[in-house]
Design a protein. Structure first.
Length: 134
């Protein structure tokens, strides 16, 4: 089971053939694919700002194949707080949305799929965090 970061969704919306092929491989084997509401917000705000109606249609279509998860569960919030503290103690700065992706991934035993090197760096400080870089 996988959770997609903003960077992956953006590449899918851009129709990046490498990312599309990998995504279709995942969805073709019927694994569960997730993202979080905050990733949707991050992608959507860029689309609205740019008035990118084509990408808006592609996002709507893509979200029919991805389960969106919330971040308001107290266990996710506690996990996010722990991740933030651990990374900060080790001199690592990571955006809050990425921290929430990690928290949900850990709570649900999901593999984070991203292009952002922050996720791979975090595996050195966050036990059990699984990351697949595309």
């Amino acid at each position: 089971m996988y959770i997609l970061d903003t960077s992956i969704i953006i590449e899918l919306l851009r129709r990046n053939s490498i990312f599309l092929r990998k995504y279709h491989q995942l969805s073709g084997v019927m694994v569960d694919i997730f993202t979080i509401t905050l990733v949707y917000y991050e992608v959507q705000r860029g689309i609205v700002y740019a008035n990118a109606t084509g990408q808006k249609r592609r996002l709507t279509s893509l979200l029919q194949t991805i389960t969106m998860l919330g971040t308001d569960d107290p266990q996710v919030l506690d996990q996010a707080t722990s991740i933030h503290s651990e990374l900060r103690r080790n001199g690592q700065t990571v955006q809050d949305i990425d921290i929430f992706v990690m928290a949900v991934a850990l709570q649900r035993d999901l593999t984070v799929v991203a292009t952002d090197p922050d996720f791979s760096r975090a595996t050195g400080f966050i036990p059990n965090l699984k990351v697949e870089q595309w």
